[in-house]
Design a protein around this ligand. Structure first.
Ligand SMILES: [Zn+2]
Length: 216
């Protein structure tokens, strides 16, 4: 359990960068480093995921549950400067995907609401074995991510079967396997993914077949 002594780090997003200075990959978030703008993987945050600002309650919980939260700031694009200094605006946070999902779960339980704009229903439709609370958490997590990407209102989202599968696969990877621990211990993400591949496929298959797996 993360206590109050967890140090919250800060990172700066480079808004005008379009690709990573190290791997040349495109990314939703490129962070300022001494060697240029870098993607999360190259900047040393491969085990973390970007949660865009938008839901204060979700963000607060995810920071609390994360073992290594990072607040992502961006230099204000507005002309306004305070005493000649640039202003920074909070763009979102980086946290372990499992922490974000746990935060989503807690937020939903708190609010007493189910799902998020039909995404949870889509998940249960394709993966009837996915526990309802997990489907709700994955849906909220997915909605928050999509909202940050498109900057549109939630209600306009169309989430197809591919997006559903991707969201569920990501959740299984981070929650039902020890992938995050492997990456955090320094294992290359591709290698870690290969190591937990069978486990991910087993859970996916079981959920698709309508079987809820016990956590063993
Ligand atoms: Zn990179």
């Amino acid at each position: 359990m993360a206590g109050g002594d967890v140090r919250v780090r800060h990172a700066e997003q480079v808004p005008d960068a379009t690709e990573c200075a190290k791997c040349a990959g495109a990314s939703d978030v490129l962070l300022r480093t001494t060697s240029g703008a870098m993607c999360l993987d190259c900047a040393g945050f491969a085990h973390l995921e970007f949660l865009p600002a938008g839901s204060a309650a979700l963000t607060r919980r995810a920071v609390k549950l994360s073992r290594s939260p990072v607040v992502v700031m961006q230099k204000s694009l507005r002309r306004f400067r305070y005493r000649g200094q640039s202003m920074y605006e909070r763009q979102g946070i980086l946290a372990e995907p499992a922490a974000i999902e746990a935060a989503a779960l807690a937020s939903l339980a708190d609010a007493g609401v189910r799902g998020s704009d039909g995404i949870a229903e889509r998940i249960r439709e394709h993966f009837p074995g996915c526990p309802t609370d997990r489907a709700d958490a994955i849906a909220l997590h997915t909605a928050a991510r999509l909202r940050g990407r498109s900057r549109q209102r939630l209600t306009t989202f169309e989430i197809g079967p591919d997006a559903v599968r991707r969201a569920v696969t990501a959740s299984i990877l981070h929650v039902d396997t020890h992938y995050d621990e492997l990456v955090k211990a320094g294992v290359d993400p591709d290698t870690a993914r290969t190591q937990v591949f069978d486990r991910v496929e087993n859970v996916l298959r079981a959920w698709r077949d309508g079987v809820s797996l016990l956590d063993t």
